[in-house]
Ligand binder design. Structure first.
Ligand code: A2P
Length: 276
């Protein structure tokens, strides 16, 4: 619970709780940099760590988790199937070996390369075999979620999407809510680009918070789980200190107005779809 009485987790369709705040390690170098970031996050109180096969840092994530001394079951660990590979089940086994653990809390299809449905049976097998407790997707549009729901035996628990006031994707978030899919925000700081925005800066000054805290808090108040990335301990701590304040209605409205996606139901702008 945060100081304002808010839930610090969201409930997934498999009944598990996912923390609303986690550390993302996209673009974190394998080795000491990654191990230190994950260790700092766990010491700060983060219990959600988000990696991917494509990030090539799963082994470092695993080492940091094991040496933290925190029981595995207290940590929510996500990795993602790289859809340039063919077999989600075999790749889950390889991820588990690299991570040095025997289950994933969440296994996502990283993006809908070659369509939104072909990999799902393999994801379901990974779930049924206990390799992953929950399975889901990332970078799926509302239309792709609908296509997937027509063929899935196990529903997608999560859709992890690019999300910030500038990439608000309101229709996509609503589609996730309607389908019982928890939306999760990656690049909540716009990979750092949004931190210098004057509107964000004004709200930060007015609330006595930092721009990063304002952007993270906004995404949490929108109901998403959020995974900011940092390799710096003081920023990792700063990004976690978002449970003792609320953005008021005016601040939320001013941030909402920054949207450049026209409230889209798409997961990415056409030019950003690196796989097609
Ligand atoms: P660094 O890793 O050097 O700390 P996003 O989560 O949107 O991908 O943004 C990550 C980027 O924002 C990284 O470049 C990260 O830099 C930077 N960053 C993360 N947290 C903060 C913060 N609290 N203040 C300033 N920059 C931050």
């Amino acid at each position: 619970m945060g100081a304002n009485g808010e839930q610090a987790t969201r409930t997934l369709s498999n009944g598990a709780e996912i923390p609303v705040l986690g550390l993302g390690v996209w673009q974190v170098r394998d080795g000491r940099e990654c191990e230190r970031a994950v260790a700092a996050a766990l010491e700060t109180g983060y219990r959600l760590i988000d990696t991917a096969q494509a990030y090539r840092n799963e082994a470092s994530v695993g080492r940091a988790i094991r040496s933290s001394g925190i029981p595995r079951e207290e940590i929510f660990l996500t990795t993602k199937f790289y859809p340039g590979s063919r077999d989600p089940f075999a790749e889950a086994q390889r991820s588990l070996e690299r991570l040095g653990t025997d289950y994933l809390d969440l296994y996502l299809i990283h993006w809908p390369q070659r369509g939104p449905t072909w990999a799902w049976p393999g994801m379901e097998r990974a779930s049924e075999a206990g390799l992953a407790r929950a399975i889901g997707v990332s970078n799926f549009s509302a239309a792709e979620l609908r296509e997937l729901s027509k063929v899935s035996q196990i529903p997608a628990a999560v859709n992890q999407i690019q999300f910030s006031p500038f990439e608000y994707r309101r229709s996509l978030v609503e589609a996730c809510e309607d389908a019982g899919v928890v939306a999760q925000a990656y690049s909540p700081l716009g990979t750092g680009r949004h931190l210098d925005d004057p509107v964000v800066g004004r709200i930060a000054s007015a609330t006595g918070r930092t721009p990063a805290q304002v952007l993270i808090r906004w995404a949490i108040q929108k109901g998403l789980s959020v995974i900011p990335k940092s390799t710096h301990r003081e920023r990792i701590e700063e990004n976690f200190a978002v449970f003792d304040f609320d953005l008021d209605e005016d601040a939320v409205a001013a941030l909402d107005a920054l949207d450049t996606t026209n409230q889209t139901a798409d997961a990415l702008a056409r030019r950003q779809k690196w796989w097609s």
